[in-house]
Design a protein around this ligand. Structure first.
Ligand SMILES: Cc1cc2nc3c(=O)[nH]c(=O)nc-3n(C[C@H](O)[C@H](O)[C@H](O)COP(=O)(O)OP(=O)(O)OC[C@H]3O[C@@H](n4cnc5c(N)ncnc54)[C@H](O)[C@@H]3O)c2cc1C
Length: 411
């Protein structure tokens, strides 16, 4: 049986980007398998943060599908509303178009991408990895990349048991006739659902074709059922003048990045959602494309040297800007979503003059938040003196706290 250099499971942004990186390294014996045919949809807000610009350039890829550039973010909580201008816009795309175009760009380079055929099992041994597929085929490769998303088979092979996932729900809708998003196609990040028991936020993004993309993210601080989360989403959207249809709202569990969770094993590497999303925001497209470069470089080195252990891969991911930002966001998510003092942390984010601007610069990629610890400490110091006032301001801005989700036990 032919021993391929690399087999990539999944042709989403992570898999397509790894394939593009390997092609840049001159590695040609690469097979990509995806269980779905493209175009296929993927539940997502579609927000490409500023980091994606560099990732596209580094991978020789181009953003060719329609997008809505949004340079303004409204951060809202009850009646509180503050807007932040981003240094570079978040470009909102539709995944059904975006992913299919990435696949097309990679195919144009001659990379073999087989769709409608999923990986069902991986079995590494001393000489390679045997991969079984949903069409009953058996393939062999020196290295297998798990770019197979949140339900990754490769990740399961690496870590087996899992903690509770983040839960996200989204829906794309035609923009309601009376809904004025405001000048500059702003994005809305709304934390009001936290007063109703959600640990996360709701978003309304402008989407191509006069559509909007709405959704909610819930951090796994405690279990929350899908219907209850959708109820909170529906209630708040209703207050914003957006009607959420009762059916066909898409939910998706995703696991947050943890710097100590294994992301590789001999002959196996994970990238993108298979390695974990941003625990604070649920962002992962640019993350996947940034990680793909690190993975592709590590694979090129492994093929050249014959050392396929990938012992340094987790550290390389962690030390790169993307890993440092993910680690910091994981810590911030714990403070904001898991702590019983969430009102105090939320009021820091909302009322401090610096924190939102700092975070906006982290999103647009003009600053590395992990390098701004002094400013973060400064904000914490200010907060120590003002937390009481800010909490009271937040309490006045919040709607009457009608808790819609049960408190439950922290996981
Ligand atoms: C509701 C929601 C909203 C989001 N909003 C945003 C946002 O606004 N901005 C942002 O940056 N991120 C957002 N994310 C996160 C983002 O969608 C993911 O981080 C991103 O899709 C990760 O890309 P990926 O290639 O790792 O995984 P995926 O996009 O999931 O791609 C994985 C691919 O692997 C394939 N596959 C799965 N299993 C197998 C198998 N066994 N064999 C072969 N192929 C397989 C799938 O068909 C798929 O094509 C959101 C996520 C959700 C759920």
């Amino acid at each position: 049986m032919h021993l391929h250099d690399v087999l990539i499971a999944g042709a989403g942004p992570a898999g397509a980007a790894v394939a593009a990186r390997l092609h840049q390294h001159g590695i040609r014996d690469v097979v990509v398998l995806d269980r779905y045919d493209f175009p296929r949809d993927k539940p997502c807000g579609g927000g490409l943060t500023g980091h994606a610009d560099e990732a596209f350039a580094a991978l020789d890829l181009t953003l060719r599908v329609p997008f809505v550039p949004s340079k303004i973010a409204h951060v809202r909580c009850g009646t509180f509303d503050r807007s932040v201008t981003l240094g570079r816009p978040v470009n909102v795309i539709r995944r059904i178009e975006f992913d299919a175009d990435l696949v097309a760009q990679v195919r144009d380079r001659g990379v073999e991408i087989t769709t409608g055929e999923g990986v069902t099992a991986v079995a590494p041994d001393r000489e390679g990895v045997t991969v079984r597929t949903s069409r009953g085929r058996e393939l062999r490769a020196k290295i297998v990349v798990g770019a197979d998303g949140a339900a990754s088979i490769v990740r399961k092979h690496l870590i087996g048991d899992r903690a509770l996932p983040h839960r996200l729900f989204m829906r794309e809708l035609p923009r309601p006739a009376g809904l004025d998003l405001g000048a500059g196609a702003p994005m809305l990040y709304d934390f009001t659902p936290m007063a109703r028991g959600v640990r996360g936020y709701l978003w309304v993004f402008p989407a191509p074709g006069d559509r909007i993309n709405v959704g909610i993210m819930h951090y796994p601080a405690f279990r929350a059922g899908g219907p209850a989360l959708l109820d909170v989403l529906r209630t708040r959207l209703d207050e914003l003048g957006i009607e959420l249809p009762a059916r066909h709202n898409l939910g998706w569990p995703v696991w947050g990045y943890h710097p100590r969770t294994p992301v590789s094993a001999p002959r196996l590497v994970t990238v993108g959602d298979a390695a974990g999303i941003d625990g604070l925001t649920g962002e992962g497209i640019a993350v996947a494309m940034e990680q793909a470069q690190i993975a592709g470089d590590a694979i090129a080195r492994a093929l050249a040297s014959g050392n396929v252990g990938f012992r340094g891969y987790r550290r390389a991911l962690r030390k790169a800007v993307v890993g440092r930002e993910l680690a910091l966001d994981r810590w911030l998510a714990k403070l904001l979503y898991r702590s019983p003092r969430w009102r105090s942390w939320l009021s820091l984010v909302l009322y401090d003059p610096d924190v939102l601007e700092l975070y906006a610069a982290r999103v647009d990629g003009t600053q590395v938040l992990a390098d701004q610890k002094l400013r973060l400490w400064g904000a914490l110091w200010r907060h120590a003196r003002k937390a009481g006032v800010r909490r009271r301001e937040l309490a006045a801005a919040l709607p009457e706290a009608v808790r819609m989700l049960p408190p439950g036990a922290a996981s």
